[in-house]
Design a protein around this ligand. Structure first.
Ligand code: CP
Length: 339
């Protein structure tokens, strides 16, 4: 035990130098585009050095506090951030239901809430249904604010963890062929962040959606501005067209989106059927070419949305991503708080 502790302590100086190399101390992360490509790769290197501690701990942030403030439900984002902070030796204050149990229930403004909690926190993770309100509220915080999913706009740390997972499993993001597929790219905040990240790191990206629900103009414009970006859009594929498309790629990225309720739910379900990834499609390529097409979904998934047989095959990447999410969020939090 003592030997292990000594070995881990010996690693700390090099981990600290990797933290400094990210050069992001005191900064907020609202968009994936707040990070340069060099900073993303520096985070990857730092995350890899932190992987041995993702189920134990490393004493980098003792005395620091993270506040998680989630105005929308979450399992993965909130818990993996909180796990990451605990693994780094820091403490966590959680507000998972602010409209019931915080003074937001007494109509306190988000500005005052952020002002207040930033007096306690070294870093705040905020999830909010309205990206404009979230940005405005975050501007009042005196501590760095991480976007944990804002409206339909962006979910940058989901993209970061999915890019990291691709880097670790595929070996490189550059040159990887990825399809980002959902009938509704308008409401797919993880799809927006991931498309930026993939394009900027040199992947070949196809955005597959319904034409009337294509990615917002802001995202398309942003992608056009990425030098050398290899991005195309394809619309209104039927199931055969979708099968042909995914047979060509290394990764199928299913960003999910907010499913409508009530009458619109049935129509939406029909649209989802066109983007259903069948295990048979993946197996055909594996048998004929010996190539593994990986599939990831940002989760949660709805019943009937995915072929659950993929779960126990080498094509499954969504649960691997959850494992990697802790190390990359440890890296991000350490870089922001400063170890
Ligand atoms: N992927 C994701 O954001 O999941 P949660 O909603 O559970 O945080």
């Amino acid at each position: 035990m003592q030997k292990e502790a000594l070995r881990d302590a010996a690693k700390l100086p090099s981990i600290r130098s990797l933290v400094r190399a990210v050069d992001f101390e005191g900064r907020s992360l609202h968009s994936i585009n707040d990070l340069t490509n060099d900073q993303i790769y520096a985070l990857f290197e730092l995350a890899r050095s932190l992987e041995p501690f993702h189920r134990s701990s490393v004493d980098l942030l003792r005395g620091s506090v993270m506040v998680t403030l989630f105005f929308q439900p979450s399992t993965r984002t909130r818990m993996s951030f909180e796990t990451a902070m605990h693994r780094l030796g820091g403490a966590v204050v959680t507000e998972a239901n602010p409209l019931v149990s915080s003074s937001a229930a007494k109509e306190e403004s988000l500005a005052d809430t952020m002002r207040t909690i930033s007096k306690y926190a070294n870093v705040i993770v905020l999830r909010h249904p309205d990206d404009v309100a979230a940005r405005e509220g975050a501007s009042y915080a005196e501590a760095p604010v991480i976007n944990g999913g804002w409206g339909d706009w962006e979910h940058p740390t989901q993209a970061l963890l999915d890019l990291y997972t691709l880097w670790r499993t595929h070996g490189s993001v550059e040159g990887a062929k990825v399809v980002v597929a959902t009938p509704d790219m308008v409401h797919a905040r993880t799809g927006h962040s991931m498309a930026y990240g993939l394009a900027r790191l040199g992947a070949e990206v196809t955005l597959a959606s319904r034409r009337d629900y294509r990615a917002p103009e802001e995202v398309i414009e942003g992608l056009r501005r990425v030098e050398g970006a290899k991005v195309r859009e394809v619309f209104d594929l039927d199931q055969d067209g979708f099968n042909d498309l995914i047979s060509e790629v290394d990764l199928v990225y299913l960003p999910g989106c907010s499913a409508p309720k009530g009458e619109a739910a049935e129509e939406f379900k029909k649209m989802m059927d066109e983007y259903y990834v069948r295990l048979e499609t993946l197996e055909k390529v594996r048998e004929s070419e010996g190539r593994i097409i990986r599939v990831t979904h940002t989760l949660p998934r709805r019943p009937g949305e995915m072929d659950l047989r993929i779960d126990d095959t080498p094509h499954q990447q969504y649960f691997e991503a959850i494992t990697y999410s802790v190390a990359i969020r440890m890296a991000l939090v350490a870089a922001i708080v400063g170890a």
